[in-house]
Design a protein around this ligand. Structure first.
Ligand code: OGA
Ligand code: MN
Length: 280
């Protein structure tokens, strides 16, 4: 049995006394999958995970996706996407300022990721916390009239639109990268495929419009939903320590990076991304 404690009153669990580098820990991974479905976020501290083991554990959750920005797959294992401000021989080893907006991973593809496993290799002593919001709690907390209004709405998620906003100072996406990430339309309220629980499915910068509404009206509604979604009552702030592994359910949460002094401190994070299914 796993020893756990809550991280927030509505979602998130820390798993205590678990060493995922030990081969016998394989036995608890099915339990972790069950806990993730129910609690949306898991934290395991004090890990020493080599990329091979990180990938091996992640695969138990489902097939892994490789990121479209291939220049940041620098560990030798293409399943690991590196987030970092560190450069080596003049080249970034990872994507810097990734996720500095509220989002769930890969919402901009037809079958978005079901979950991500982010491992802290090196973290600054201050800053660079990650915020997580429960979209189940956000949905439950909607005023009934707004819940009714959005019930059947669908929204366009656009990676090209996000990239243009977030990384305006960088090399634009190539035609091939754009072709791999065409805009997609998803429901604004999605159902968790395992638990059946509804959640609010939005995102900052990535969601470009609401289908069937004039742009201005859709923008106003999106702004309202995005503001509601990250109400502090629904948010857990994770303060990273080296060796933390955080696993989150992209079907039930959004997350957002926060700044740090990147001229002074190094940050290296390794992420694996588990394939998911079409939201409904
Ligand atoms: C991610 C992400 C935020 C952070 O890994 O998907 O958005 O704080 N990370 O690194
Ligand atoms: Mn992310």
């Amino acid at each position: 049995m796993l020893n756990v404690r809550p991280l927030h009153q509505g979602f998130g669990l820390e798993i205590l006394d678990l060493d995922l580098a030990a081969p016998h820990s394989d036995e608890v991974i099915d339990d972790m999958i069950g806990l993730l479905d129910q609690h949306s976020l898991l934290l395991v501290r004090g890990q020493r995970l080599r990329p091979e083991r990180h990938v091996e554990i992640s695969r138990r959750f489902g097939p892994l996706l490789t990121h479209v920005l291939k220049q940041y797959l620098t560990t030798g294992l293409p399943e690991i996407y590196v987030l970092s401000n560190v450069t080596q021989d003049g080249k970034p080893i990872g994507n810097h300022k990734e996720g500095w907006n509220w989002h769930s991973d890969l919402s901009y593809v037809a079958e978005p990721s079901m979950g991500s496993l982010l491992y802290a290799v090196e973290v600054p002593p201050v800053g660079a916390d990650t915020l997580f919001a429960s979209m189940h709690l956000a949905y439950d907390g909607l005023p009934p009239a707004l819940r009714e209004r959005i019930r059947h709405l669908r929204a366009t998620h656009s990676y090209a639109g996000y990239y243009g906003k977030a990384f305006a100072d960088r090399t634009p996406l190539t035609d091939e990268q754009k072709a791999r990430t065409p805009d997609v339309v998803h429901p604004v309220v999605r159902t968790h495929p395992v638990t059946g629980r509804p959640s609010l499915y939005v995102g900052q910068d990535i969601v470009s419009r609401i289908e069937g509404l004039p742009q201005a009206e859709g923008d106003a509604l999106l702004a309202e939903l995005n503001a509601h979604a990250i109400d502090e009552a629904f948010v857990y702030r994770h303060v990273w320590r080296q060796g933390d592994l955080v696993l989150w359910d992209n079907r039930a949460t959004m997350h957002c990076a926060t700044p740090y002094d990147d001229s002074k401190y190094r940050r290296i994070m390794h992420r694996t991304t588990v394939a998911g299914s079409r939201p409904f």
